[in-house]
Design a protein around this ligand. Sequence first.
Ligand code: AMP
Length: 177
Amino acid sequence: MPDWIKSRIRTIPDYPVKGIMFRDITTLLQDARGFRKAVDEMVYDFAGQKIDKVVGIEARGFILGGAIAHQLSVGFIPVRKAGKLPFETHSQTYTLEYGTDELHIHTDAILDGEVILLVDDLIATGGTAEAAVKLIQKCGGRIAGASFVIDLPDLGGAQKIRDMGVKVHALCAYEGH
Ligand code: AMP
């Protein structure tokens, strides 16, 4: 299964900067069976659990998260960069390699106690997912787990999220950056 997924992911060396191996999932998404299988597998670990809503992280988390929400027949909530959401938001700052960035969620997106599945394409250092977990918690949501297509375990992000008490599931892993 990981090989089946990996054969549909394209790697672009030195993008967007030298030294980064960019894992491009557009080749997976444009493959009808690949897209469907990825979505099926991303919810598989959470089958039988009650999930009220899916939260997807801008931007590739929207594509996967929207499809997963549709599959589960639940609502979808976008977590977006600063200045993109029109209503009142909660915000969370997180650290990047150079400097900081901010993620936002609408304050009325999650009802108190709702169970959330967090979705993104890839987890690297885990800074982005950690900020999303904190936003969900600020809204009063409980997190069933976080689901990714790709884990880069050498960067420690998945472990960081597990250490926050959140179950992490990824379809495949790559060594290094
Ligand atoms: P991080 O916060 O370090 O876990 O980074 C995760 C976010 O950055 C995800 O939204 C990914 O889409 C993106 N990202 C980080 N590293 C890569 C990579 N090597 N290839 C593709 N996307 C990446």
